[in-house]
Design a binder for this molecule. Structure first.
Ligand code: HEC
Length: 167
């Protein structure tokens, strides 16, 4: 029994050296949503507060990020979140992707599947009021309505999607 305990301890110590890589961009990213047509300052601040840890190049890493396997688990969420949607790189997205993501942003906060509940449980300061969430949805819808009509690339993509749904 004692040997197993020592073994578990050794494994725990060993995995502390396998740290997930941290990222942190400097200054305001050139493709950040703040440079979209009209995100109100307060809404942008709320998005930073509630979404940027997982959807930007400027996450805040909590101290327990340095304890494995907790850090691995958190990093997984962060990387997956960024992969799906990165507010720091938003303006580099293609037109069709922007349109689709803005639609999802409005939906995610209206239906309360974002921010993730496991995250809100610990990050009380990321809890937004219904009014603040609605302001995010309103901005996303407004932003989407101001996008230019679909370009060639988006039309081709829509056409492909339509065909796929038929099959
Ligand atoms: C703790 C990390 C975390 C936080 C905080 C977070 N998200 Fe997410 N988000 C994720 C992950 C992980 C995914 C991908 C998997 C999924 O859809 O559940 C995701 C997916 C999304 C998607 C779907 C993108 C797509 O096209 O598939 C949207 C939209 C989104 N998040 C919006 C938001 C908004 C808006 C906020 C803030 C109000 C927010 N998220 C806060 C982790 C997070």
């Amino acid at each position: 029994m004692k040997k197993i305990g020592i073994l578990i301890l050794l494994v725990f110590i060993a995995i502390q050296f396998i740290r997930p890589k941290k990222i942190q961009s400097i200054g305001v990213d050139k493709d950040d949503i703040v440079f979209t047509t009209g995100v109100p300052k307060e809404t942008w601040q709320n998005i930073q507060r509630a979404c940027y840890d997982c959807h930007s190049n400027k996450p805040n890493y909590p101290w327990y990020f340095n304890i494995q396997p907790i850090g691995w688990w958190i990093n997984n969420h962060m990387e997956e979140g960024r992969h799906h949607l990165n507010f720091s790189e938003f303006n580099s997205y293609k037109l069709g992707r922007k349109r689709h993501k803005l639609e999802e942003v409005a939906e995610s906060v209206t239906e309360h599947w974002m921010p993730l509940s496991s995250y809100l449980w610990i990050h009380k300061n990321a809890r937004l009021s219904d009014k603040e969430l609605k302001a995010i949805a309103d901005w996303a819808n407004m932003e989407r309505s101001m996008l230019p009509p679909p370009d060639k690339e988006e039309l081709e993509w829509l056409e492909k999607k339509k065909k796929k749904n038929k099959d």
